[in-house]
Design a protein around this ligand. Sequence first.
Ligand SMILES: NC(=O)c1ccc[n+]([C@@H]2O[C@H](COP(=O)([O-])OP(=O)(O)OC[C@H]3O[C@@H](n4cnc5c(N)ncnc54)[C@H](OP(=O)(O)O)[C@@H]3O)[C@@H](O)[C@H]2O)c1
Length: 287
Amino acid sequence: MTTSSPRTVLITGATSGIGQAAAASLAESGWRVLIAARNPRRAQATLSQIRRETRSELVESVSMDLASFDSVREGAAAVLEQAPSLDVLINNAGLTNSERQLTVDGHEMMMQTNHFSHALLTSLLLPRLLESDDARVVNVSSRTYEQAGDFPIDDLRFERRWGAFWPYTVTKLANILFTNELHRRTHEHGLAAFSVHPGVVNTNFQQNMPIGLRVALKIARPLLKTPKRGAEPVVELAASAARRSDAGAYFDLHKRVVPQAHATDRAVAERLWEATNEITGAEWPSS
Ligand SMILES: NC(=O)c1ccc[n+]([C@@H]2O[C@H](COP(=O)([O-])OP(=O)(O)OC[C@H]3O[C@@H](n4cnc5c(N)ncnc54)[C@H](OP(=O)(O)O)[C@@H]3O)[C@@H](O)[C@H]2O)c1
């Protein structure tokens, strides 16, 4: 009898919240799980917790700070070294800031962390992913993309317009536009790309939100989903055989939905793709 090797997933933002719960769930199902983490202490604590809870030894970490393109490149190189095969990438890490902050690369913090770096990471890992017979990328977006309005394609650093929560919603719109374009360019090569809203989940995420939203979420806390519940739609898109045929789609929780018009605009998605490649230096296999 032959034993097949476990499927391998890389998850960003798995030191907390939805990403950590998704990592634990996939580890429990026998997957080899790599977590990309910026903070070694939190990475170690997460590994210990997941190993203890799931009794899996197939959980490792890779150092990666999504607020630095150099760090993303180094982290991706480490993944390629550590993981001879890679089946799924879950681009989950995210943050919200009410103050405008710049990264070491001179980009707005949320835009770089939530979108640019994930696009760069995807490009760097794509050749390895495409060696899998069931390659997937799951981009964790948010229903708040609905509040973004038209994508500010000429103001990717938010120099002309800023608003306490609005820039975050734009980054989540970017996650959907990126997924659409990724799907168009890579589906024929064998990649299934998805974007997903995981629900409103009780995580560390709320800590840098504008005060009004923080208070509202604190009041609503008993109604929020647990990270485990929040991870379920993400894990489903990563692992369910039935979902592969939905490649390219946006999911609101477990339901495939057509996003609003500003998230399906092909011309904007193409311009964002080009701008992202220029900013990050991402290169893709020619289609
Ligand atoms: N919670 C919700 O209600 C909700 C709703 C819709 C969508 N989402 C989306 O779900 C995703 C996960 O959020 P969450 O709610 O689980 O939040 P969370 O508990 O705050 O987790 C965020 C994760 O991202 C990581 N991260 C942040 N900045 C990073 C950077 N520069 N480099 C590397 N990792 C970084 C954090 O690492 P550290 O541990 O080092 O901080 C943490 O592991 C996000 O994309 C968010 O937009 C959340």
